[in-house]
Design a protein around this ligand. Structure first.
Ligand SMILES: Nc1ncnc2c1ncn2[C@@H]1O[C@H](COP(=O)(O)OP(=O)(O)OP(=O)(O)O)[C@@H](O)[C@H]1O
Length: 330
């Protein structure tokens, strides 16, 4: 199945058709079909070992697909594409200063010093630019890492866990930068486990489990496909539901639970009923969609001798979620 990640405008800059990747006997990725668009952010999600970093390395050209076809920016190979990359564990030589690091990468890429100065300012590193990296905090190093990744003003930016270990403000800062790059037409691919943070910034998501696609699309598309219900909270729930049989038919606990295709009709009804105007709608979060998609997967680990850890991952997730999922789909 071809997963056109969304129907938003923009040019596809990355296309994978039936892409598979093997390491010896181990299938790290299987039958991945995606298109990634200019000016959009794709969140790449999945458990540890799902294949996210491998997919990023395929797009970068650091790995070659074992099967299928991968086209990046309509070019025959990635060496002629302007790509930016922040690896998972970014580490620079820590005796160099921030400025020296950026100058070094700029020289490698033939970029002038004006761009370096601009990025130092933009990433708020001016006060520390002459200090060695061993004195930098995690947040400063990540800001420097992202500045390095966008030195060449890439068409495609790949960020492998850019906000891991960062405080909420530092993460927010990086996501604001990512948003502004995307507005300039860059296609951004972010691999992360921080679902609530990325949820506010993504245009689409690809969910992987054990190397397979288990969900993809915009948040709305993922909500629709998951079948998870939205919650509607009413200020005066009990008295309203007691006198309204239509609303009562959706009630569960102290809230209304509605399918995505019922939501707008129920909201419209509430707006028309003047006594029920004080309400809020809570849609299924990316995190709940993620857990739902993961739990829908058949356990294929018996057939894959290398995947013992993935099996234990699945068991712990089931244990963790079983009570919540059985009480409420939200
Ligand atoms: N060079 C390699 N040789 C053999 N197996 C590999 C290699 N690189 C990755 N793998 C395996 O491929 C699978 C996918 O790894 P990958 O690093 O892509 O996962 P990931 O989703 O990025 O995980 P994490 O969230 O932990 O970073 C894992 O089982 C991993 O052990």
């Amino acid at each position: 199945m071809n997963t056109n990640l969304n129907s938003l405008s923009g040019k596809p800059v990355v296309r994978l058709e039936h892409v598979g990747l093997r390491f010896g006997d181990f299938e790290a990725l299987q039958d991945i079909n995606i298109e990634i668009f200019q000016g959009q952010t794709l969140a790449l999600l999945g458990h540890n070992g799902a294949g996210k970093s491998s997919l990023i390395k395929l797009i970068l050209g650091l790995l070659k697909p074992t099967t299928g076809k991968l086209v990046v920016n309509n070019k025959p190979n990635q060496s002629s594409v302007n790509l930016g990359y922040l690896p998972e564990d970014v580490s620079f030589y820590d005796k160099l200063t921030g400025l020296e690091v950026l100058r070094y990468f700029a020289a490698l890429k033939g970029i002038n010093s004006t761009r370096v100065k601009l990025l130092i300012e933009e990433f708020e590193l001016g006060y520390a630019q002459h200090k060695p990296l061993k004195t930098y905090s995690k947040g400063m190093k990540q800001r420097l890492g992202v500045a390095q990744a966008i030195l060449s003003q890439p068409d495609i930016l790949l960020l492998d866990e850019p906000t891991v270990g960062l405080d909420p403000q530092a993460s927010q800062f990086l996501y604001q930068k990512i948003d502004s790059l995307k507005q300039q037409g860059c296609a951004v691919i972010v691999c992360t486990h921080e679902l609530s943070m990325v949820e506010k910034h993504l245009d689409s998501a690809l969910l992987l489990a054990q190397g397979r696609r288990v969900g993809s699309g915009t948040l709305d598309e993922l909500r629709q496909v998951s079948g998870l219900k939205s919650q509607i909270k009413l200020a005066d729930f009990t008295s309203i539901v007691q006198r309204d049989s239509f609303l009562a038919s959706f009630s569960q606990g102290q809230k209304l639970l509605v399918d995505s295709d019922e939501r707008s009709a129920v909201v419209e009804y509430l707006v028309q009923q003047k006594q029920c105007s004080d309400f809020s709608v809570i849609e299924p979060s990316l995190e709940s969609i993620y857990h739902h998609c993961m739990l829908q997967q058949p356990d294929r680990t018996e057939s894959n001798a290398v995947a013992t850890t993935q099996k234990s991952w699945r068991q712990s997730l089931q244990q963790l979620l079983r009570p919540t999922v059985s009480q409420s789909p939200l």
